[in-house]
Write a protein that binds this ligand. Structure first.
Ligand SMILES: Nc1ncnc2c1ncn2[C@@H]1O[C@H](COP(=O)(O)OP(=O)(O)OP(=O)(O)O)[C@@H](O)[C@H]1O
Ligand code: SF4
Ligand SMILES: [Mg+2]
Length: 336
């Protein structure tokens, strides 16, 4: 536990620990895009962490900085205790195979000119793993794990498959290197609702089978609810609330989380007097501010119905409410 991120657990218990991550981009006129501004979270082995928030809040940038596709301006990313931001290219190469990522648009993430067997084998070739026969065995196994038959699909090209099947192929490609951590960036957002459930079930099965640890990014709390142990809610480059999934849905304390929850249809036929309507009252007003010029103090204050003077003056530091539940708000909601 740290003062700035009380939701972090013991450093040696975490597979991935991200602390105070800052990522900025240069915009026109030497202005800075404050895409990720001091984000902290951790993931224990075998856990699934959800990262949710509306478009542009910094989810993908956070994921790319964790994978070292994007270089952070500052902060720490530890994987199995190794500080990735300070590792040499060589050290990083060794660890990179243990961390894989899958993306929102499976069709465009697959090379259209290559056959499925070569697409899935590519990471093995790049990392010099095994001979041709060993690689084929691995590709067969990975395709079978995602429900595809090598003899049927191996010779085909991506355009011959549906979006759901393409996502299965990208998952197979991520699995061949036997990663420990799978970062899934909106893996089902581009798919039909019926196919979404199949891919989510597949990820759950693979997690069990291979002992994977997942970071699951989505703008949709309803999706995250069913697959995550813990959830971190992001708003304009900051984590505003972290909680075990059930606590977040039962008793979220940040107005922004409440607003996100109000957009999920409630499966409970009698959720109480207009629970969704009540949560909607905490909802964002107006447009999201630009990350070029985030509001002072609390970044949600320009849209928050509970905002007071203090919210403009002071950045709300995360504080612990219950075990594993932290919120960054000066006036957290305490009614459930
Ligand atoms: N390479 C870049 N150069 C400049 N700005 C960038 C770059 N990449 C991202 N941004 C900006 O950083 C902010 C965060 O973007 P990011 O893609 O991480 O959001 P996101 O939460 O993944 O959104 P979405 O749900 O739409 O995928 C946005 O304002 C985006 O425009
Ligand atoms: S700190 Fe203030 S503005 Fe920010 S979410 Fe809490 S009440 Fe709203
Ligand atoms: Mg994104």
């Amino acid at each position: 536990m740290t003062a700035t991120a009380p939701h972090l657990r013991a450093a040696d218990a975490a597979l991935l620990r991200v602390e105070d991550l800052v990522v900025e981009f240069r915009a026109a006129g030497r202005r800075r895009v404050h895409a990720v501004s001091g984000v902290s979270f951790d993931v224990l082995p075998g856990e699934t962490l959800g990262i949710v928030g509306e478009s542009g809040c910094g989810k993908s940038t956070t994921a790319r900085a964790v994978m070292r596709v994007t270089r952070p301006a500052s902060g720490s990313v530890r994987f199995r205790g190794a500080e990735l931001t300070r590792l040499s290219e060589r050290g990083l190469r060794r660890i990179r195979t243990s961390m894989q990522m899958i993306f929102q648009d499976p069709v465009s993430s697959l090379n259209p000119r290559r056959r499925v067997r070569d697409i899935v084998a590519e990471p093995l070739v790049v990392w010099g793993r095994g001979d041709a026969a060993a690689r084929e065995a691995k590709v067969r196994e990975a395709l079978a794990a995602v429900g595809l038959d090598y003899d049927v699909v191996g010779d085909r090209y991506p355009h011959q498959f549906s979006g759901g099947q393409c996502q299965r192929i990208s998952i197979a490609r991520a699995l061949v290197l036997e990663p420990e951590l799978l970062v899934c960036d909106e893996p089902v957002s581009a798919l039909d609702v019926s196919v979404q459930a199949q891919i989510l079930n597949l990820l759950e099965d693979l997690k069990e089978r291979y002992g994977l640890t997942l970071v699951f990014i989505s703008h949709d709390l309803a999706v995250v609810k069913n697959v995550c142990d813990r959830v971190a809610v992001m708003y304009l480059g900051k984590v505003v609330e972290v909680a075990p999934a059930d606590a977040l849905y039962r008793a979220s304390a940040h107005p922004y989380t409440r607003a996100l929850l109000s957009s999920i249809p409630d499966p409970d036929p009698d959720p109480g007097p207009d629970a969704a309507a009540r949560d909607a009252e905490y909802g964002p007003r107006g447009e999201s501010p630009s990350p070029l010029d985030p509001p002072s103090g609390c970044r949600y204050r320009t849209r928050c119905p509970l905002a007071q003077d203090k919210c403009a003056r002071e950045v709300p530091e995360p504080r612990q409410l219950d075990d594993g539940h932290t919120v960054a708000c000066h006036f957290p909601i305490t009614t459930s």
